[in-house]
Design a protein around this ligand. Structure first.
Ligand SMILES: Cc1cc2nc3c(=O)[nH]c(=O)nc-3n(C[C@H](O)[C@H](O)[C@H](O)COP(=O)(O)OP(=O)(O)OC[C@H]3O[C@@H](n4cnc5c(N)ncnc54)[C@H](O)[C@@H]3O)c2cc1C
Length: 372
């Protein structure tokens, strides 16, 4: 490990790993410091949107990723269990007109292996920051056995509770919402692997997405947060609301989550950059968070290669504005999925969105078009 880098990146989640690949291709001198011993084993994020697949193509990893993923080309919408229409992503003017679904653990493993093939020794895992100091022309980070690493720029890809954001004294402005969900992965018993289903109704949202080779993720709006939910709860609620459900014995992951919206007041401050969840948290409904971090990385790499004041300002303004837009789109998805809607209102609203030119907007929104 050398101790003088252009960039010290804290965090090797999806954002830090993608940023590393892009920096390695540009030939920049960087190191990534990650406190976890290995990639997270949980399936977490699954949706990879067209602008992100283009990024995987840029780093030379899209073929492998496409092999592991499942392609969702169509979304079916139901109101109170009645089919009301569909949207097809094949209408997108994009080389990858689909949402690829892959478990986050696989995506992170692919990124890490690829990163190390581009630049060996650029990732240090299992370390503990004992302090960060500002120097005249950069930063010094102390790790584990009091070793010091110095670098010109410090980049926080360290997620929601970012240590780097706190170090730079950047406020994180936002709020939690009252919406709560349970989520589970099961073997797919619905069949068509290219179709995602969205069910709206007076009891709230149910979504199901095929992912990986044979799984389907179910997400269900709940009235309260269920700590440690059992798969039986999801199966029971789903069957009652929409008359079909996954096979409980095939469950491989269960969790519950609440929803928040936060945005860093700045994504740059005096040599410190933020990207990904360290800079913004949006509702997972719509599956954009991980993708937004990758799109930050794509812009950040160009700034780090040419760090003029103008480029830095553009990064800050553009990525905060894209994060706001993504958060608004996520809020719309969440709002439509709330309980208490009257069926005729949903029928008219959803019908209008699917059967008029508004459909183009919807396709754009569901595929993160315009957020790159
Ligand atoms: C239920 C749920 C479903 C979701 N589904 C989707 C989806 O389908 N699509 C999508 O795009 N997004 C989704 N998201 C959001 C997505 O998971 C996050 O936006 C994404 O993981 C953020 O990546 P990141 O690399 O910025 O941060 P993180 O994934 O949080 O990674 C941060 C990394 O930094 C490390 N770290 C933290 N502090 C330190 C420190 N002090 N020193 C060293 N290392 C440190 C952590 O160990 C971690 O590895 C979902 C989120 C939830 C909650």
């Amino acid at each position: 490990m050398k101790n003088d880098y252009d960039c010290i990146i804290i965090g090797a989640g999806p954002t830090g790993l993608m940023l590393g690949c892009l920096l390695a291709i540009k030939g920049l001198n960087f190191i990534i410091l990650e406190k976890r011993a290995g990639v997270s084993k949980h399936s977490r994020s699954i949706g990879i949107h067209p602008p992100s697949i283009s990024l995987f193509q840029k780093i030379g990893l899209e073929e492998k990723l496409l092999n592991f993923g499942n392609r969702i080309t169509t979304g079916h919408a139901y109101v109170e269990n009645k089919f009301v229409g569909e949207i097809s992503f094949s209408e997108l003017n994009h080389p990858y007109p689909f949402i690829l679904t892959v478990s986050q653990s696989i995506t992170e493993s692919l990124l890490e292996t690829h990163l190390l093939s581009l630049k060996a020794d650029c990732l240090v895992r299992n370390f503990d920051i004992s302090g960060i100091k500002r120097l005249t022309n950069g930063f010094s980070v102390s790790i584990n056995d009091n070793k010091k690493i110095t670098g010109k720029y410090l980049i926080g890809c360290d997620g929601k509770n970012s240590f780097v954001r706190e170090f730079a004294n950047i406020s994180f402005v936002g709020k939690p919402y009252s919406d709560t969900y349970i989520m589970g992965d099961f073997e797919d018993n619905l069949g068509n692997r290219s179709i995602a289903e969205v069910h709206l109704g007076s009891n709230g949202l149910i979504e199901s997405f095929p992912h990986g080779k044979n799984k389907r993720r179910w997400v269900i709006k709940t009235h309260t947060l269920h700590e440690n939910p059992e798969p039986e709860l999801l199966v029971d609620m789903t069957r009652k609301r929409i008359g079909k459900a996954p096979d409980v014995s095939t469950n491989s992951m269960m969790s519950s989550f609440g929803v928040e919206r936060y945005l860093a007041e700045k994504m740059y401050e005096d040599g410190v950059f933020l990207a990904g969840d360290a800079a913004h948290i949006i509702s997972p409904i719509g599956g954009q968070g991980m993708n937004l971090g990758w799109l930050d990385s794509a812009d950040l790499v160009n700034v780090l290669a040419a760090p003029t004041e103008q480029n830095v300002q553009n990064y800050n303004n553009k990525r905060r504005s894209k994060a706001r837009e993504a958060a608004n789109r996520a809020f719309f998805n969440m709002y439509m999925g709330r309980s208490g809607w009257k069926t005729p209102v949903l029928n008219i609203g959803v019908g209008l969105m699917l059967k008029t030119p508004l459909q183009k907007k919807l396709i754009k929104m569901f595929t993160m078009d315009g957020l790159q």
